[in-house]
Design a protein around this ligand. Sequence first.
Ligand SMILES: *[C@@H]1O[C@H](CO)[C@@H](O)[C@H](O)[C@H]1NC(C)=O
Ligand SMILES: *[C@@H]1O[C@H](CO)[C@@H](O)[C@H](O)[C@H]1NC(C)=O
Ligand SMILES: *[C@@H]1O[C@H](CO)[C@@H](O)[C@H](O)[C@H]1NC(C)=O
Ligand SMILES: *[C@@H]1O[C@H](CO)[C@@H](O)[C@H](O)[C@H]1NC(C)=O
Ligand SMILES: *[C@@H]1O[C@H](CO)[C@@H](O)[C@H](O)[C@H]1NC(C)=O
Length: 366
Amino acid sequence: MKPSYIVSAAVVLLSRPAAAAWRAAGDKTIQYSSVPGFFLQDDNSTDPSTFDYASVNFGLINRTYPTDKRFDPEGTATLWERFEYYVASLNSGCRPKDNVRYKVLFMGRHGEGWHNAAETFYGTPAWNCYWAEQNGNGTAVWADPLLTPAGEVEAYKANAYFKDRYETQNMPYFESYYSSPLSRCTITANLTFGDIDVPEDRPFAPIVKEGFREGMTVHTCNWRSNKTYIEEMFPWYKFEDGFTEEDELWKSDKSETSEAQDARSKAVLDDVFRTDDKTWISITSHSGQIARLLTALNHRAFRLSTGQIIPVLVKAKLVERKPDATFDAYEPYSTCDAPPVTSISGQGCVCSATSSGLPTATATAI
Ligand SMILES: *[C@@H]1O[C@H](CO)[C@@H](O)[C@H](O)[C@H]1NC(C)=O
Ligand SMILES: *[C@@H]1O[C@H](CO)[C@@H](O)[C@H](O)[C@H]1NC(C)=O
Ligand SMILES: *[C@@H]1O[C@H](CO)[C@@H](O)[C@H](O)[C@H]1NC(C)=O
Ligand SMILES: *[C@@H]1O[C@H](CO)[C@@H](O)[C@H](O)[C@H]1NC(C)=O
Ligand SMILES: *[C@@H]1O[C@H](CO)[C@@H](O)[C@H](O)[C@H]1NC(C)=O
């Protein structure tokens, strides 16, 4: 590990808003906005389908900040150093009221897992109606799947790019790490950050949180292994309070509703913003879940392919709480009991007559 003096002294001088106000504010709720003008990803002219963080400095826009004159009068600092100082100034005690705080969230999608490979192999309708409900096919296992070799390569690419940014651009190290409990994320986080020489006071010790897991469809890839399994694979990972040994949230016959997933996304962000007063935060999660987190942050839609990463400068504000909406947590999900007779891309599949499942099942992909 690197000694902690590497951390920019300028940032240490700035105090943070009172964390206690955020923890105690039960009568308040948090309103999020993603602040435009700092990353290319929130610009409408950036095409998510062709975007690659590793060709454009994670999307950080080359610009000046109001704090440049004070922080970097000689013009020798890197863009990341100037951005770090600017964000710290936004959070400094003398500027904002206690009801506003800023964080930089880097959300990474896991590398390709065996379930991704299988969906490509079988086609999406047959995958949704039948194969995704199985644990595997005898060759590949996709209940809480591991990464494919291609998925590992995606994580190593992120690893190399972070190392390069830290070494050549003085990009700030993350202060906190979070991961979904699903193996494809705990493994991706480890391959991305596990061997990086980080400062002592910014260790890579992710907190595993249920709130960052993928939408809980009946697909077995969205079921998680037990806590012991995760702990044995990564003894230095931490778990949020109340993390249960067995997966008590996933159901084999019902899917989480869209409303429930949106509420859980807001809740997990609220938990991070209320309990973690750090600014630079890494989250390893999933395509569907990151899409919901972006919605909760009022960021435009930005779909990530496997291994891709999106940073967001988030402004969070404590506002008066409004009554919570009510909704169903789970809903039925129709599937076939055997491989479907036909499977038509964009439409769905027809279950075989001998199977006792519903005659037709519609694909509802996440
Ligand atoms: C981006 O596109 C959305 C949806 O089309 C639109 O509402 C928004 O105003 C646009 N933002 C900018 C900055 O142009
Ligand atoms: C950013 O823009 C400035 C001014 O146009 C230029 O001198 C500098 O080389 C650019 N930096 C990067 C990292 O592209
Ligand atoms: C099982 O699925 C994998 C894709 O994940 C595929 O490569 C393999 O050929 C399949 N095995 C069988 C027996 O169909
Ligand atoms: C975690 O990452 C380190 C560094 O890349 C690697 O040596 C180790 O095998 C990884 N552990 C697991 C369980 O993937
Ligand atoms: C946890 O899961 C692992 C792997 O599936 C299994 O071998 C083990 O028996 C389970 N442990 C407990 C305590 O249930």
